[in-house]
Design a protein around this ligand. Structure first.
Ligand code: SF4
Length: 378
């Protein structure tokens, strides 16, 4: 049975079927309905999903806000304890699977935070279920993602018994389902996301484009260090970018990179720089496997084109910058989760719910090392 067929089954069942939409999808799905690349149709997709029968529609950007805050908290702890540096972002599953295979020695540097789709799924089945009086056992979460590998990410969590996501459909797959059911995106009225997991800051909205995660984490760091005024933007489109910011009186060096071959180049540069007597510490690296980040993901409308990615990037940044909340800590919905459910970033409950990415890495590393042992045994 295909994933589309499975989702159709959910929609016919008595389950409470819930969708979440990744940031990159809202500026690309219009292409499947004849719109210009980069046309932002967030409110129309929400309506279209409701028309298909989804009871609630949530924003993955909300989960991205949570991830940015948890990751900034982790970053602050590393700064206060002298490392390990650089902290490497972990929300790109393509990069994570590549790192497991080729850079197992770097895994301890990856953030322990889960990806935004998993965080949104985890909070839907706990926080949302509790606050809305919904039976979590009845919730079926379907993620609409720009990425085929996000299916693998959901499966890895299910393998350890944490089923936050029941199915992942790519942008192309949801467009196929909408067309099959004669739901014309362009004829939809505008609708807002549902309450509890529906509001995101600029930071969360930009997770779909290169530089967005680093920008969100750095801006959250300013707030954690008591600076409520400073906000930076990382909005250039080069394959690799190097930046320095003064946070809490300390220079923070940040690298942003897309394309896994470019990550190897960055590592070489860091190694070279480490040989200099006045060696520089690189504190944070944002890695995205796809060109321009998730906007250029393998589940996005075809054909692949850098010009299209550029238009999607411009549009997603414009959409994000319209939001008044710059960072997760200025988003009242994020404040509400911590005030009424999680308590604080990095608390025990957050760790149990949102930081099990490291457990999955450990299991996968063990599998790899067992395979290697088997080979040696042969
Ligand atoms: S950058 Fe590409 S591989 Fe990584 S999560 Fe986004 S779409 Fe998937």
């Amino acid at each position: 049975m295909t994933d589309i067929e499975k989702v159709k089954e959910y929609l016919k069942s008595d389950d409470i079927v819930v969708a979440q939409i990744a940031p990159a999808v809202r500026v690309s799905i219009g292409e499947e309905f004849g719109l210009e690349p980069g046309t932002e149709v967030t409110k129309k997709i929400v309506s279209a999903l409701r028309k298909l029968g989804f009871k609630y529609v949530f924003d993955t950007c909300f989960g991205a806000d949570i991830v940015a805050l948890e990751e900034a908290h982790e970053f602050k702890e590393r700064i206060e304890h002298g490392g390990p540096f650089p902290l490497i972002t972990s929300c790109c599953i393509g990069w994570k699977l590549y790192a497991l295979k080729f850079f197992p020695d770097k895994m301890h540097q990856l953030s322990t935070c889960m990806a935004p789709q998993i965080a949104t799924g985890a909070l839907a089945k706990t926080y949302f279920a509790e606050k809305s009086g919904t039976d979590p056992e009845k919730i079926k979460m379907v993620s609409i993602m720009p990425c085929i590998s996000k299916k693998k990410e959901a499966e890895l969590h299910a393998e350890i018994g944490v089923c936050e996501i029941n199915k992942v459909l790519t942008t192309r797959e949801i467009a196929q389902l909408l067309k099959e059911k004669n739901v014309d995106l362009m004829k939809m009225d505008d609708s807002d996301f549902d309450e509890f997991l529906g509001e995101a800051s600029q930071g969360g909205r930009k997770f779909g484009v290169t530089g967005g995660v680093a920008e969100a984490v750095v801006n959250t760091m300013f707030r954690l260090y008591g600076d409520n005024e400073t906000s930076i933007k990382i909005e250039d489109d080069e394959e690799v970018g190097y930046y320095s910011f003064n946070v809490g009186g300390q220079e923070i060096n940040v690298v942003r990179v897309f394309g896994l071959h470019n990550f190897v180049k960055v590592l070489k540069k860091i190694e070279e720089d480490n040989k200099n007597p006045d060696k520089k510490t690189y504190h944070l690296i944002e890695v995205m496997a796809c060109p321009y980040g998730c906007l250029g993901g393998p589940g996005q409308p075809l054909p692949i084109s850098m010009d299209k990615n550029k238009m999607r990037a411009k549009s997603l940044r414009e959409y994000a910058n319209k939001q008044t909340y710059t960072d997760p800590l200025s988003n009242p919905e994020i404040k509400k989760v911590y005030d009424t459910y999680l308590s604080a970033p990095g608390c025990r409950k957050s760790k149990d719910l949102l930081h099990i990415g490291c457990m999955i890495c450990k299991i996968e590393l063990d599998k790899l090392s067992n395979k290697n042992c088997d080979k040696k045994g042969d």
